[in-house]
Design a protein around this ligand. Structure first.
Ligand code: GRF
Length: 206
């Protein structure tokens, strides 16, 4: 069984979708830890109900950055975490953790990377920018996490149409539906060990 951790700051609808997918299909992966930078995010209630340990860890609660990073790594090790999934986590993951989980940490972004990504591009900012730009498609991207925002290799992308009369909220809802489909698929590939990295290119084994 592949042990997974999730980092989430908010609703955690992606975390829930992944967790349900793993259980429903009896896939060889389970969440063993949920970490949040916030003390009581809505997603923590779901984790509690499902018996998944929840940890509130924020750099601000530590006397030094080093202590914070050490604690993060200690917790991940103690729970024997093999893969990390970021699901609406709004903080940058410390580079030490990214390096420790190189090729074993993924994120979902609510647009077609490398467009509409980067610092400040989260939540409705993304969908506002998409609508303002006039593009005819948007979508979701599951990607590996590297030391920058939204720049890691893409694992799966799926598009949604955008019409001239769409509001950012309508695009967001359409994209979220696709997120709940492709993020569980990507995690399924990870726990089945079907993902291979070739530089920036990701191979999906049959
Ligand atoms: C999603 O749109 C995701 O793409 C982005 O943050 C949002 C989180 O939603 N990274 P949720 O917390 O999973 O419901």
């Amino acid at each position: 069984m592949v042990k997974l951790a999730a980092f989430a700051s908010g609703q955690g609808s992606n975390f829930k979708a992944i967790h349900r997918h793993l259980k429903k299909l009896s896939l060889p992966g389970r969440y063993v830890l949920l970490i949040s930078d916030r003390p009581n995010p809505p997603v923590a209630d779901f984790a509690n109900a499902e018996g998944i340990p929840f940890l509130h860890l924020n750099a601000k609660g530590f006397s030094s950055r080093d202590d914070y990073v050490k604690r993060l790594l200690t917790e991940l090790k103690a729970h024997k975490v093999e893969w990390i999934t970021l699901a609406g986590y709004l903080k940058l993951i410390p580079s030490e953790v990214v390096r420790a989980y190189n090729g074993r940490m993924m994120n979902i972004h609510p647009a077609l990377l490398p467009s509409f990504g980067g610092k400040g591009m989260y939540g409705m900012n993304v969908h506002n920018a998409v609508v303002d730009s006039g593009v005819k498609v948007s979508g979701a991207s599951v990607h590996m996490v590297d030391e920058e925002y939204d720049t890691g290799p893409v694992i799966i992308q799926e598009t949604v149409p955008v019409t001239y009369e769409d509001t950012p909220e309508e695009v967001a809802a359409r994209v979220l539906e696709v997120e709940h489909k492709i993020y569980p698929q990507a995690v399924e590939l990870a726990v089945k060990d079907k993902i291979r990295l070739h530089g920036r290119r990701v191979e999906i084994l049959p």
